[in-house]
Structures are given as C-alpha cells and as structure tokens.
Ligand binder design. Structure first.
Ligand code: OAD
Length: 248
C-alpha cells in the first residue's frame, strides 16, 4: 500500500487528528458488521430491530438480538486497528476518537477519551425510565437469565443502552463530535457512511479544511470526495500508517 506523503506530513506531533470508526474496524476481531456478510440476524435488518417501536412490539425478540451480539463480542478481542488507535490516543495530545461502535473494543484496547455516538452494548436502562433507576448503567451479564431482563428497581423490562433509529443522540456527545470534526486530519474508517449524523461529520471536517482519509475495502457514498482513499482493511491500514510514521 502506498501512503501519500501529504498524509504522513499531516500526521505531525501537534496535529489535531480525529478518527471516526464504524463496524468494519471490529470486523477483523470477528464482530459481524451490520450491513455486511453475517450481519443479518435471522434475516432481519438492523433498522427493523434497533428501534423503540420494535422494542415496544416485541422486547424479547430485540433482546435476543442484543444478547446474541453481546455473546459474540464477549468472545472477541481488539485487533491491530484498535491497538494503533489506542496508541495514537495516548501519543497525540490533540487526538479524538469518535465511534459508532457499541462493542466496547476501543475501550478494551486502552483508547482514551472515546466519544461513543451510539451508546454501549454493555449499558442498560429502564425501558419505563423509572425514577429509582439512573438513566443508563453498565451490566455486562452474558447471557441474561431471562429476556427481557428485569429492571432491578421496578421489575419492568430493561432496554439496551444503545441509541436506536429514531432516537436523538446525546446532545453533549454530539456537540463534542462536531467540535472534534474541526481538525487537521479526519479519518473515516470501517463505516458504510449511510447513518447520520455520524456520516455528516466528514463534511464538517472538510469545511474546516481537514485532510480527509477513508479506510474501507469497499466504496461508500463518502469515497468520491475523499482526499486519501485507502482501499483495505482497517487492521492493515492503521498498522501501515503507524509503521510509516515510526520510520520518518
Ligand atoms: P456497516 O455494517 O453499515 O458498515 C461496515 C463497513 O465496514 C462497510 O462499509 C464495509 O465495507 C466496511 N468493512 C468491512 N470490513 C472492513 C475492514 N476489515 N476494515 C475496514 N472496513 C471494513 O456499519 P456502520 O457503518 O458502523 O447503528 O453502521 C452504522 C450504524 O448502523 C451502526 O452504528 C448501527 C447500525 O445500525 C445503531 O445501532 C444506531
């Protein structure tokens, strides 16, 4: 893979670097992507399961999907892409990771200051938002004894602590993500770039004059206008960039 000089030059020690990740970054860890092979669960599309309406209709079915994902992810480990991103978060003082991933692998790799746009697979909340319960809390039980698991405060169903289609993102997190898009180098890695507002961060970065980089073996709606297109797996591209930085 040839890395353009302007990318390596831009990745200087005081550069403001922002990396946006999607499910493809965890693919090499064995976590199925949403829209790729193996992503379909019982032939149901994520847009039909990851919604408040789907949960209201059939909370057990939705929990079966999340419990399946939790079991899969619990058996996976961070891959070299997670490791390089974690190293950058410690080495570059002005580095931000924005992730759409809910699997927690960036945190397990040791990444600092992760902005999680879509929540966490390992968080839960009371579906009825009972007053005794906090809005979200961590519960990494795998698998749950009963589905849907009951709220320990009111006994009614718990919901997964992720952001569903049709739900608003946390306003503070979204603002931090928009702030992070004001950067010198913006990477979009392992995402199909079809889910907003995450997919829109690239345009914000471009408007701020960032060098834009896409890492994805397949083309996406973002590919056409990108400055540097690396058509390979994230677990390869990040390692190659890291090696090139180390050698300069
Ligand atoms: P998708 O499943 O839509 O897209 C995964 C992307 O990763 C595809 O473009 C693949 O080509 C690419 N890919 C596959 N293997 C890769 C590899 N080894 N390295 C780099 N890229 C690779 O996943 P997202 O874009 O993350 O939302 O999906 C966005 C959101 O839609 C998710 O956060 C989730 C989902 O519904 C919610 O849960 C709210």
């Amino acid at each position: 893979m040839t890395l353009p000089d302007r990318l390596l030059r831009a990745l200087c020690p005081d550069a403001r670097i922002t990396v946006l990740t999607g499910a493809g970054v965890s693919a090499a860890s064995g976590v199925p992507t949403f829209r790729g092979p193996g992503g379909l669960w019982r032939n149901v599309r994520p847009e039909e399961l990851a919604t408040p309406a789907a949960f209201a209709r059939d909370p057990r079915l939705v929990w079966e999907w999340y419990d399946w994902r939790r079991q899969k992810v619990a058996a996976c480990h961070p891959n070299p892409a997670h490791d390089v991103i974690a190293a950058w978060s410690r080495r570059f003082p002005r580095f931000t990771l924005v992730t759409q991933n809910v699997d927690g692998l960036h945190e397990r790799a040791g990444t600092r200051h992760v902005l999680r746009m879509h929540g966490s697979l390992w968080d839960v909340g009371c579906w009825n938002a009972c007053r005794a319960a906090p809005r979200r809390w961590r519960d990494d039980t795998v698998p749950f004894a009963a589905l849907p698991p009951p709220c320990p405060h009111c006994g009614r169903p718990l919901r997964p602590g992720v952001v569903w289609f049709g739900e608003a993102l946390d306003e503070d997190i979204l603002q931090h993500c928009l702030d992070a898009a004001d950067c010198d180098v913006f990477f979009t890695a392992g995402t199909s770039s079809v889910v907003y507002p995450a997919a829109g961060l690239l345009d914000v970065a471009r408007r701020h004059g960032a060098l834009t980089v896409e890492i994805n073996p397949d083309d996406t709606p973002s590919s056409a206008g990108i400055d540097v297109r690396l058509a390979t797996g994230a677990e390869i591209a990040f390692v190659e960039i890291e090696r090139a930085i180390a050698q300069r």
